[in-house]
Design a protein around this ligand. Structure first.
Ligand code: GLV
Length: 325
C-alpha cells in the first residue's frame, strides 16, 4: 500500500505528479491556509506531510498524528517546525536549502537598490500624475556602488549576496557566529567584524540569519542607534529578527535613512506604522519567489518526503538522529 501524504498548500502540477507515483496524495490546492485544528484533522491518518512556513508543526500537532513519519518543509527556514519535538517522536524533518540561494540574494539586492534609489516613492509619484518635469535636485538617492555593505549572517545566502557586491565595488563587512574559512573570505573580499563595528560602519546592513530565540530582535532600538543616520537596513530573512516597532520609530525619527523589508513580525499583519512611512520598500515575503525557484523548492520537498517514506535518506534531513536511532 502506498503511504498517505498531505500537501498543506497549493503546489505545482509536477510536484503532485511526482508524489502520486509513490504516495496516495491529498492536497489543499484551494490554497486556503489551514487552522491548527484543520491541519491536525487532515494529518491524523497521514504518513507524511509537505508543508510551508505558514504551517506550525509542534508537539501538540504531532501528538495527534501518530502515523506521521516525515515533515517536508517547502522553505529553507524551518522556525515553523519544532525540530526537537519531531526528533522526540521519531519524525524526520527536512527543508530546501541551496535551490533558493540565488533568488533570495537577488531579492535582497532588489530591496537594497530599490530603497537606495527610492523606487517605490518615485513610482507612486509618477502614477499620481505629479511629475511635471526634470529637476537637478529631484528625488536624490544614495549610491550603492563603492558603499560599505554589512552582512549579518554569512551562511549560503549571505555569501551569494556578498559575491554580487564585487560588481558594485563595495567594501564588504560581515559578522557571523564563527568567521567563514579564510579562503571564502578572500574570494568574497569580506572582512569579519563585530556586530557593533558592522552597524557603525555599514551604509547598508543586510540580515541573513535564521530566526530562532537567539536571533529574536537581533536588531532593536539599541542596534538601530548604532547605525549611521544615512544607513539602510534590509530584512529579507525572517520577521522577528527585527523589532518592527523599534524600526518604525527609527525610520520616523531619522535614526536611519531607510529600510527594504520582505518579512515582518506577525506577517501578513504589518505594524501599521510601516504603511505611513515613505522611506521604505515593502515586499510580501517573496524572497525565493521566482517561477523556477519555487518549482525547484516544491520538488526538493517532495523528493525529501518520498526518500524518507521509502526507506532512503532524505537529502536535506534536519534531524539525522531519527535515522540513526
Ligand atoms: C523562505 O522564507 C524560506 O525560508 O525558504
Amino acid at each position: 500500500m502506498k503511504p498517505k501524504v498531505f500537501v498543506t498548500r497549493e503546489v505545482f502540477d509536477e510536484t503532485l505528479d511526482y508524489l502520486a507515483q509513490y504516495c496516495e496524495v491529498e492536497s489543499n490546492q484551494q490554497d486556503m491556509p489551514l487552522t491548527a485544528e484543520a491541519l491536525a484533522q487532515r494529518l491524523a491518518e497521514k504518513d507524511g506531510v509537505v508543508c510551508c512556513l505558514t504551517d506550525r508543526i509542534d508537539a501538540g500537532l504531532l501528538e495527534r498524528c501518530p502515523r506521521l513519519g516525515i515533515v517536508a518543509n517547502i522553505a529553507v527556514g524551518y522556525n515553523n517546525i519544532d525540530i526537537a519535538a519531531c526528533t522526540a517522536r521519531g519524525v524526520m524533518a527536512t527543508n530546501t536549502p541551496g535551490v533558493l540561494d540565488d533568488s533570495t540574494a537577488d531579492l535582497a539586492w532588489a530591496l537594497m537598490l530599490g530603497t537606495a534609489r527610492r523606487l517605490t516613492e518615485v513610482e507612486s509619484y509618477i502614477r499620481a500624475g505629479e511629475w511635471t518635469g526634470w529637476r537637478l535636485k529631484q528625488w536624490l538617492g544614495v549610491d550603492v556602488h563603492h558603499a560599505t555593505l554589512g552582512i549579518i549572517g554569512m551562511g549560503r545566502i549571505g555569501q551569494v549576496i556578498a559575491r554580487r557586491a564585487s560588481g558594485f565595488e563595495m567594501k564588504v563587512l560581515y559578522c557571523n557566529r564563527r568567521p567563514v574559512a579564510n579562503e571564502i573570505e578572500r574570494r568574497l573580499s569580506a572582512t569579519h567584524v563585530s556586530k557593533d563595528e558592522l552597524l557603525a560602519q555599514s551604509d547598508f546592513v543586510i540580515l541573513q540569519v535564521p530566526y530562532s530565540p537567539e536571533t529574536h530582535h537581533l536588531i532593536g532600538a539599541a542596534e538601530l542607534k548604532k547605525m549611521k543616520p544615512t544607513a539602510i537596513l534590509i530584512n529579507s530573512t525572517r520577521g522577528g529578527v527585527v523589532d518592527d516597532a523599534a524600526l518604525v520609530a527609527a525610520l520616523r525619527d531619522g535614526t536611519i535613512r531607510g529600510a527594504g523589508l520582505d518579512v515582518f513580525e506577525n506577517e501578513p499583519r504589518l505594524h501599521p506604522g510601516f504603511l505611513e512611512l515613505k522611506n521604505i520598500v515593502l515586499a510580501p515575503h517573496i524572497g525565493s519567489s521566482t517561477e523556477a525557484t519555487r518549482r525547484a523548492m516544491a520538488m526538493t520537498a517532495a523528493k525529501n518526503l518520498v526518500a524518507g517514506l521509502t526507506g532512503g535518506m532524505p537529502s536535506n534531513l534536519l534531524n539525522p538522529e531519527v535515522k540513526e536511532a
